[in-house]
Design a protein around this ligand. Structure first.
Ligand code: IPM
Ligand code: MG
Length: 353
């Protein structure tokens, strides 16, 4: 297969983990005889510094022309405490989502046995938890009508039936491929937009008789996720609720630095780690590249290149088993591996496989 990949390394640790992702992808493509080309493009603070726009037109064009985007992270502290900043790196991410029509954000919440002891939850609660959060990504308060006045400000949570239907369809398709249990998370006891979600879900449910659909208020879902994370199989929710619940989901596994995600929709799909740009670690060769590497696995799987994805997942597991780990997950007394060293080890294992 021919694959053309747009590489958006972004800020902070982005460029370091991006390099590992690209090297791993190249190694897998060599092994399976795929022809891959990488086109690097600017985004985030790096793009603001270079051209004054966090998602420049040229980057948009490169993304549109690619088969997939391998994204790393954006964000820089110099913008965080400046409410007067005219442009922010995060706007680049939102612009990319909107312009590429990436309405479905797929965030798997998965545990690694050797890391469950890092979870803030008791091992017996969290071990084996394995669910997917499908977050709507181009609607809700993020993109609804806004006012930012001196004495009044608001954000509107608006959804159309079409927007709700298409994300529920993605969620049902995931549920069909998994344990056939879908939880629709909303706040239908208070919010009109949530009542539309629930109504549309109730209309669609009979078309998927194999799937058990249940409905849960978001406050209850946040609680259930820490009380009984294994309850969930596929969860679907609107943009803001999904933002909050996926941070919760990633941290209960104990492996936040290891979780990848995919955003798909109308145009080029984007694959990225769920963690941020960790500016304090920039250039220190300590960032864990595994979430980026697993994003490459998700990328292959998206194109139905299942063996390619499997190989990456197997070698990531092996690296953890053999303690080839970056400092934040290294066991006491274990060898020290940096971002580059973990990357090199994985590439060598791919070649040997
Ligand atoms: C995420 C992030 C983004 C979001 C930020 C960086 C704009 O938190 O991808 O979850 O809120 O969607
Ligand atoms: Mg978030």
């Amino acid at each position: 297969m021919k694959l053309s990949i747009a590489v958006l390394a972004g800020d902070g640790i982005g460029p370091e983990i991006s390099k590992v992702g690209v090297d791993v992808m190249q190694a897998v493509c060599d092994k399976f005889n795929h022809e891959v080309t990488f086109t690097h493009a600017l985004c985030g603070a790096a793009a603001i510094d270079a051209v004054g726009d966090p998602f420049p037109e040229e980057t948009f064009r490169i993304c549109q022309d690619a088969d997939a985007v391998l994204f790393s992270a954006v964000g820089d502290p110099k913008f965080d405490n400046d409410p007067t900043a005219k442009v922010r790196p995060e706007q680049g991410l939102l612009a990319m989502r909107k312009k590429l029509g990436l309405f479905a954000n797929i965030r798997p919440v998965q545990t690694f046995d050797c890391l469950v002891h890092k979870s803030p939850l008791r091992t017996e609660l969290v071990k084996g938890a394995d669910f997917v959060c499908i977050r709507e990504l181009t609607g809700g308060m993020y993109f609804g009508a806004k006012k930012e006045g001196a004495d009044e400000a608001y954000d509107t949570c608006a959804y159309t039936r079409t927007e709700v239907e298409r994300i529920l369809k993605v969620a049902y398709e995931y549920a069909m491929r998994r344990r056939r249990h879908l939880t629709v998370v909303d706040k239908a006891n208070v919010l009109a937009s949530s009542r539309l979600w629930r109504k549309v879900a109730q209309e669609m449910a009979p078309a998927y008789p194999e799937v058990t659909t249940d409905y849960m208020y978001v406050d209850n879902a946040a609680m259930r996720m820490i009380q009984e994370p294994r309850f969930f199989d596929v969860m679907v929710t609107e943009n803001t609720f999904g933002d909050i619940l996926t941070d919760e989901g990633s941290c209960i596994t104990g492996s936040m630095g290891l979780l990848p995600s995919a955003s798909t929709g109308e145009s080029t799909p984007v694959f990225e780690p769920i963690h941020g740009s960790w500016p304090q670690a920039k250039g220190k060769n300590i960032a864990n590249p595994l979430a980026q590497v697993l994003s490459v696995a998700m990328l292959f799987e998206y194109f139905n290149l299942i063996d390619e994805g499997k190989l990456i997942r197997r070698i990531v597991d092996k690296s953890l088993d053999e303690n080839v780990r970056t400092p934040e997950i290294q066991v006491e007394g274990g060898a020290v591996y940096g971002t580059k060293e973990v990357g090199r080890w994985i590439v060598e294992e791919i070649k040997k496989a």
